[in-house]
Design a protein around this ligand. Structure first.
Ligand code: GDP
Ligand code: IMO
Ligand code: MG
Length: 426
């Protein structure tokens, strides 16, 4: 029996999961997404081409890797169709290499409308949602009235669709939302027809059969641990369990079958949308970081908030995920700074100092306590194993504080700009 390794973000998303899943995919027989939906944009770069995937797992460009969209995912058929069509020119065998759980929940056009209506109603307290209908779809799943991918195969699918959209129409009326349902429905039904041409499977049986046969499986997380519905800075979170445990429920894998947990983080921090961000830089350093790191959302184009690395939050993410290896991304971006700050603790309102995330983080101002180290000041993008001494000091400091080895360092967006220090894979 083989194991399922899990790769997930330890911060607020956009850590570089897509790049690393693509790098690791040749070592895995199967890559499986376990939660989230098209809120996510996972970027891959190779041969001078940049690809952004939204729902399709990031192993899709590797010929021998099969890809699964698990039951924990919320799937937008319209976006799925567009995504597949965009890949057409690369001659990938998606009909053979892509499998979709019948138990994944469908995002309806009305879920997107509801997302926008709920955000608008929140006013200044809005979450900063990607408005892809993620929250309302998970709401319907938990409320036991959602539609699932497998439902599209049933003869009465249109009746079921009507039952649910009638519920949505009533809510949308209360919010004074106007829309052209005939147009949205036609587009949705066309995409549903398209979806029927794919391998719609019971993915929990598929994956467990693969495990028994000795196949290696990599579970690809979306978002990040600090956006987790239970452990993130609620309510400024996404609507799924983004943590390792989410891979169990989102794929039907028993906890004892989890192997390595790759925790991926940027050498600094970013966040898109609302919510607390203790190390956020609202000054020229923050702007320089955003510019150098090209910190603009891959799906929405929104500017990402930027700040120094935050060890209390990384320690928390490592704890709740059981991280066994750390992968550090975007080290090249910090080359522009003569001095690099590392937040080791938080100072709370009452003057006390802690390295834990306090419950009050959402409502009370928390001041970061920094230690500083000298920057490396050299371009890392062409580097091989020999890092400048200051970068090695930075890595050592993080490893000592976090107590988990950093086994991979990324020095640029391309597949090849990846330094394996002592990465252990299957
Ligand atoms: P994901 O959501 O975790 O897959 O991350 P995104 O793809 O949304 O955002 C990461 C961004 O950083 C993308 O534009 C990547 O191309 C880019 N990227 C990934 N690794 C590196 C790196 O080591 N250095 C630099 N400069 N960019 C990187
Ligand atoms: P990847 O997988 C960064 C953020 C949104 C918002 C909050 C809730 O690319 O790392 P939602 O659309 O889920 O209702 O938004 O979560 N968010 C992300 N931020 N990367 C993501 O995904 C994100 N997915 C959602 O900006 O603050
Ligand atoms: Mg992203």
């Amino acid at each position: 029996m083989s194991k399922v390794d899990v790769l997930l973000g330890l911060q607020w998303g956009d850590e570089g999961k897509g790049k690393i899943v693509d790098v690791l995919a040749p070592k895995y027989d199967v890559v499986a997404r376990f939660q989230g939906g098209p809120n996510a944009g996972h970027t891959l770069e190779f041969d001078g081409i940049k690809h952004v995937l939204h729902q399709i797992p990031s192993g899709i460009f590797r010929e021998t890797t099969r890809n699964v969209i698990g039951n924990g995912v919320v799937l937008d058929a319209v976006i799925f169709k567009a995504e597949i069509e965009k890949l057409a020119k690369f001659n990938l065998n998606v009909k053979k290499n892509l499998f979709i759980s019948k138990k994944a929940t469908l995002i309806l056009p009305t879920h997107r409308l509801l997302d926008a209506a709920y955000e608008k109603a929140k006013g200044e307290n809005k979450i900063g949602s990607t408005l892809k209908g993620i929250g309302p779809t998970y709401q319907d799943k938990i409320g036991r009235q959602g539609l699932r991918v497998g439902d599209i195969l049933s003869a009465d699918f249109k009746d079921r669709l009507k039952r649910l959209t009638d519920v949505h129409f009533k809510i949308l009326k209360d919010h004074d939302v106007t829309y052209n349902w005939a147009e949205l429905e036609a587009q949705f039904l066309d995409a549903v027809q398209f979806l029927k041409e794919f391998n719609l499977i019971e993915s929990e049986y598929f994956l467990n059969r693969e495990l028994k046969a000795g196949s290696s499986i990599l579970a690809e997380g979306a978002q990040g641990a600090l956006l987790d519905i239970d452990f993130g800075s609620y309510p400024f979170v996404t609507s799924s369990n983004t943590v390792t445990a989410g891979a169990c429920t989102g794929l039907g894998i028993a906890p004892r079958h989890i192997g390595e947990v790759y925790g991926i983080f940027k050498a600094y921090s970013t966040r898109v949308g609302g919510g607390p961000f203790p190390t956020e830089l609202l000054d020229t350093d923050g702007e320089a970081m955003r510019k150098e790191g090209n910190e603009f959302g891959s799906t929405t184009g929104r500017a990402r908030r930027c700040g120094w690395i935050d060890l209390p939050s990384l320690k928390y993410s490592i704890m709740i995920n059981g991280v066994t290896q750390l992968l550090m991304m975007k080290a090249d971006v910090l080359s522009i700074f003569p001095t690099i700050k590392v937040c080791t603790h938080y100072e709370l309102k009452d003057g006390s100092v802690t390295d834990m995330i306090p419950y009050e983080i959402v409502h009370e101002k928390i001041s970061p306590v920094y230690t500083e180290i000298k920057g490396w000041g050299t371009d890392l993008r062409q580097s091989k194993e020999n890092f400048p001494a200051e970068l090695n000091d930075y890595i050592k400091l993080l490893e000592t504080e976090l107590n988990v080895p950093i086994t991979l360092v990324s020095t640029g967006p391309d597949r090849t700009q990846t330094i394996h220090r002592s990465l252990v894979t299957v």
